[in-house]
Design a protein around this ligand. Sequence first.
Ligand code: PLP
Length: 356
Amino acid sequence: MSRPIVATINQQALRHNLAVVRQAAPHSRVWSVVKANAYGHGIARSWQGLAETDGFALLNLEEAILLREQGWKKPILLLEGFFQSEELALLDRYRLTTSIHSNWQIQALAKAQLSAPLDIYVKINSGMNRLGFRPEQLHAVWKKLRSLENVDEMTLMAHFADAEKADGLIEPLQRIERAAEGLDTPRSLSNSAATLWHPEAHFDWVRPGIVLYGASPSGQWRDIASTGLKPVMTLASEIIGVQQLSAGDGVGYGYRYHASGEQRIGIVACGYADGYPRHAPTGTPISVDGVITRTLGAVSMDMLMVDLTPCPQAGIGSQVELWGEQVKIDDVAHAAGTVGYELMCALAPRVPVEII
Ligand SMILES: *Cc1c(COP(=O)(O)O)cnc(C)c1O
């Protein structure tokens, strides 16, 4: 028998979450963000669950080419554009839309020999100071790009640093709109948080990522609990050992947990080498045979320990959900001091994946 850990990807939940996005932004087209191997879900096995989308947005040329080779004909957006001018030949061949965020990219685009012009997304720095042209540069950049034979449709793109806050878009939107004054351009500004909570920023194309996978852009499940979004990934395993503790007994590396009395604990076949966060402390939620309980002590490479007090009938072979429908990935992430994004992206290659 093989090690009992498995990750399940629910294609129906992807479809459902895309429909939730469409309801939230009914007047916008949707770039479904599938960067980082579809947030760890596996782009090759996940994209068909999102096939109703208007386009896919990602970073890696390899992932873009994979989508084309698997038959995706609609738009693909490279969120960070090309990294070297030589890549423009592939953008041309596979008809990829590229973000333009730096002057060297404009020069490369001007010089390239393309079979047909490319659609571009001109990225403006909304104040986050990551990628993008400064607002006062926008008009000059726009004019230059508009004059290039290699450029077809142009869209204004920006990204928000603080879209999960109610007032997080006021300043950035003002900055963007001031910069774009007089430009007749479509806009794509909204990540998941802005898609859910800031209709004033929806415009022509929204760019949700995390909500498609059923986790919260704020890192807190309660913030999306009423949206109907469904977790897409379930990480499940089984109990492979049981120990009976007495008062004072220690558990795991560093004896980070001590029993205060008689206690049964289960040993789960899942550890940080599977992508479970090593920093998850005692008390992180986990379910055993459908009952929510808690982890105990330090997470080790291949195993972790759980309290069986709330589920005395559980034993070897009992089903464990690390995250999924019952145990929200946001709640595990929160306990471990991180966000659902990081946990899903970190699912380890050694974990077998099933599609349902
Ligand atoms: C990752 C990313 C998104 C999606 O962000 P979510 O918070 O996952 O919705 C959108 N736009 C850009 C430029 C990104 O890098």
